[in-house]
Design a protein around this ligand. Structure first.
Ligand SMILES: Nc1ncnc2c1ncn2[C@@H]1O[C@H](COP(=O)(O)OP(=O)(O)O)[C@@H](O)[C@H]1O
Ligand SMILES: [Mg+2]
Length: 234
């Protein structure tokens, strides 16, 4: 089954000089369990595509299905899709509440969902992302960049996503820390049975991680790269 199908996706932004077409008719499909990449230079529309898929940008046209459900432009995601599709951003510092401890950052979405045994679930997910449960007492500024990104990944995982969207998840990190996060994602994908869509401007990251990838330029997909094409990038 396809986890994701995207057909003729277009996104326009209104600006001073008129309309700017950031995404100009994009088509791709991602199989369940696949790691699919979007690669291309800064400004080519990768994040815009991902934000549409995450339901964060609702002004678009085209046809999209995610996990068997149809997305509708202008409408918020409903029901199971809201937790089944999760996104991790480039800058974990910006996406974590600065004055909340990790325990609260991770626990709050579970409180909202009226779950029980939340401290146990928080401790368990910290271990799953390779961190000590003791970090639950820390604030984001007391963590390293790599630890913060692991917290952001943990927060997404707690909602048990089936489709995980990753926007430059290692671009803000030191090279020495990047590999650890990428290997963790490979590991978690297997353990949690997820489909990944990974955005990066770095061909090395895409080549290392993905089974297939779309090469984007100026709002379009120029090429779909298979495993052997990706091996040449890595
Ligand atoms: N909210 C917005 N309003 C206006 N223009 C935007 C907005 N978001 C992105 N853009 C423009 O759309 C293009 C694609 O941006 P983006 O998807 O962020 O590219 P990438 O992630 O590949 O670097 C860029 O030219 C960017 O300036
Ligand atoms: Mg981007």
């Amino acid at each position: 089954m396809m986890a994701l199908t995207v057909a003729n996706l277009r996104v326009d932004f209104a600006g001073k000089g008129g309309t700017f077409s950031a995404v100009r008719g994009v088509d791709f499909a991602v199989a369940e369990g696949e790691t699919f990449g979007l690669v291309g230079p800064s400004g080519c529309g990768k994040s815009t595509v991902l934000r549409v898929l995450a339901g964060l940008n609702r002004t678009w046209s085209g046809q999209i299905t995610a996990l068997g459900q149809t997305l509708v432009p202008g409408q918020a995601m409903t029901g199971t899709l809201r937790s089944a599709v999760q996104m991790v951003f480039q800058d974990p510092y910006a996406s974590l509440h600065p004055r909340h401890r990790v325990a609260r950052i991770l626990g709050e979405p579970l409180v909202v969902r009226r779950e029980t045994a939340i401290p146990d679930k928080v401790a368990d997910i910290l271990v799953q992302v390779g961190l000590s449960p003791a970090l639950a007492l820390r604030y984001p500024h007391q963590l390293s960049g790599g630890q913060r990104q692991r917290i952001a990944i943990a927060r997404a995982l707690l909602l048990k996503p089936r489709l995980l969207l990753l926007d430059e998840p290692t671009s803000a990190l030191d090279t020495s820390v990047q590999a650890g996060i990428l290997n963790l994602l490979v590991d978690l994908k297997q353990r949690f049975g997820m489909t990944l869509v990974l955005v990066s401007h770095d061909p090395g990251v895409i080549g290392h991680m993905c089974e297939r990838a779309a090469q984007m330029a100026a709002g379009r997909i120029e090429d779909i790269l298979d495993r052997s094409a990706l091996a040449a990038l890595a």
